[in-house]
Design a protein around this ligand. Structure first.
Ligand SMILES: Cc1cc2nc3c(=O)[nH]c(=O)nc-3n(C[C@H](O)[C@H](O)[C@H](O)COP(=O)(O)OP(=O)(O)OC[C@H]3O[C@@H](n4cnc5c(N)ncnc54)[C@H](O)[C@@H]3O)c2cc1C
Ligand code: SF4
Ligand code: SF4
Length: 399
């Protein structure tokens, strides 16, 4: 018996790919561009390891019976670092601990040639590339196995990814009988992951329309702050083009459209619509996210520069927290922590036009769906530009 799944039943965590002793599994794109395992039957010996490891086929495991919740942010001394993070900068705070105190490794998601991938590194430059939420599914590549090898050698590893990626990693280590004592796993409240194929199409579309080649993308720019003042606005996407001129495209709708694509739920992995981790109970040592509502719960703690919610559910994570004095925390109740986290209660809802979207895309291409579903038509573009200008002139506070 071997694994046989579609992206409706599989999260793409790549645990089965890592565990196969015969290297019979490769992760291949399905028709929506999501990676799923494909088994080479000539190599497969039907050992069943891929089925046993699969977190999508099991009950979720409970870590320890502890739960501490906090509001958290990097100390003001590190504002230069926090400004590049999506929220309070818990991730770089933990990366600093991993690299400086434990001389270990950090595994997180970077944009490599504009495609989101997990890499493992000991270098702060890479930590900077890992900062910011890439709202596209990340390719885990060989990270699960590589982390196993590092842990086996007694190295410390910080892993940050989606809950399903954490579940795949933890299952692999259990099956391979590798100690997790030197591993800290961190996941986040997760809206779901959009298709890398649609992302790729979007970048090509931008290149063709603007005759510019983006070299980076800020999904969560804090150029105008973070929180109530800016979360409703659209400056998530600044396409940086031409390193040498270092200009940013904050104005065109083409540059800012990804946020609409992400939140439309038209091209999120089907599995995410039944995500088993859409609760406060998750497979990681620690869960982070944006602390939406912090301005009401702890107004003194909110400085508009980014605040994270942080939930700790292992004594290992609690102990590490004591060794990160550069992370400022405030105790909150679990109820306060998750109050505005829609995905702590239920998975993101499938858009009823999802099938129509994909049919339209296959038949007519990306530009057609950009017009029909993502307001790329002339009228909407003009409206978006006017709103953007009024926002830049401070006449509107959100747009
Ligand atoms: C697809 C996605 C959906 C999210 N949905 C929500 C949500 O509904 N509610 C909420 O509160 N927060 C959500 N987040 C998390 C939030 O955006 C912040 O990442 C989180 O608050 C951590 O902030 P930070 O300042 O500590 O991290 P940062 O310093 O910004 O670091 C971001 C971390 O996330 C990792 N990461 C980035 N992109 C990906 C990716 N595509 N796949 C796996 N790991 C990635 C990086 O490796 C890095 O470790 C989501 C993030 C992603 C990537
Ligand atoms: S182990 Fe992960 S990648 Fe493999 S089938 Fe299960 S969910 Fe999919
Ligand atoms: S919504 Fe759930 S299944 Fe989808 S990427 Fe996030 S954690 Fe994984």
């Amino acid at each position: 018996m071997h694994i046989d799944v579609t992206s409706t039943k599989c999260s793409g965590c790549s645990g089965c790919f890592a565990v196969c002793p015969k290297k019979a599994i490769s992760m291949e794109k399905d028709k929506e561009g999501f990676l799923i395992p494909m088994v080479d039957r000539r190599k497969c010996v039907e050992c069943g390891a891929c089925v046993r490891i699969c977190p999508a086929k099991q009950e979720q495991k409970v870590k320890e019976n502890i739960c501490y919740s906090y509001a958290a942010k990097l100390d003001d001394k590190y504002n230069d670092i926090r400004k590049n993070s999506a929220s309070g900068g818990v991730f770089p705070a933990l990366a600093k601990y991993a690299l400086e105190i434990r001389e270990g490794y950090v595994c997180g998601c970077v944009l490599d040639n504009m495609l989101p991938k997990h890499i493992i590194s000991q270098c702060w430059d890479d930590v900077e590339k890992m900062q910011d939420s890439k709202y596209v599914q990340s390719d885990m590549q060989s990270c699960i196995k590589d982390i196993g090898n590092l842990l086996h050698k007694g190295k410390f590893v910080l892993f940050v990814g989606t809950s399903c990626q954490v579940a795949g990693l933890e299952e692999y280590l259990d099956i391979a009988n590798i100690s997790k004592a030197n591993l800290l796993t961190v996941d986040f409240f997760c809206h779901g992951v959009p298709s890398p194929m649609i992302w790729d199409e979007y970048i090509d579309f931008y290149k063709n329309k603007k005759k510019r080649t983006p070299v980076n993308y800020r999904f969560r720019s804090k150029e105008y702050g973070w929180g109530m003042a800016s979360r409703g606005s659209n400056h998530l996407g600044s396409v940086v083009f031409g390193k040498q001129v270092n200009r940013r495209d904050n104005f065109s709708w083409a540059a800012r459209m990804w946020r609409s694509i992400f939140f439309s739920n038209l091209c999120i992995r089907q599995y995410c619509h039944q995500c088993p981790y859409a609760s406060a109970q998750k497979p990681s040592d620690m869960t982070i996210g944006d602390f939406w509502g912090i301005e009401d719960i702890c107004p003194d703690f909110d400085d508009g520069k980014g605040c994270s919610v942080m939930i700790i559910r292992s004594s290992k994570a609690k102990c590490i927290l004591k060794q990160t004095p550069w992370l400022v925390t405030k105790d909150v109740t679990l109820e306060e922590a998750v109050k505005k986290q829609g995905n702590a209660f239920a998975p993101s809802i499938r858009n009823e036009r999802r099938d129509a979207f994909w049919n339209d895309y296959y038949k007519n291409g990306f530009e057609y769906v950009a017009n029909k579903y993502f307001q790329y038509d002339g009228v909407h573009r003009m409206k978006a530009l006017i709103k953007r200008i009024l926002f830049a002139l401070k006449i509107r506070n959100i747009y």
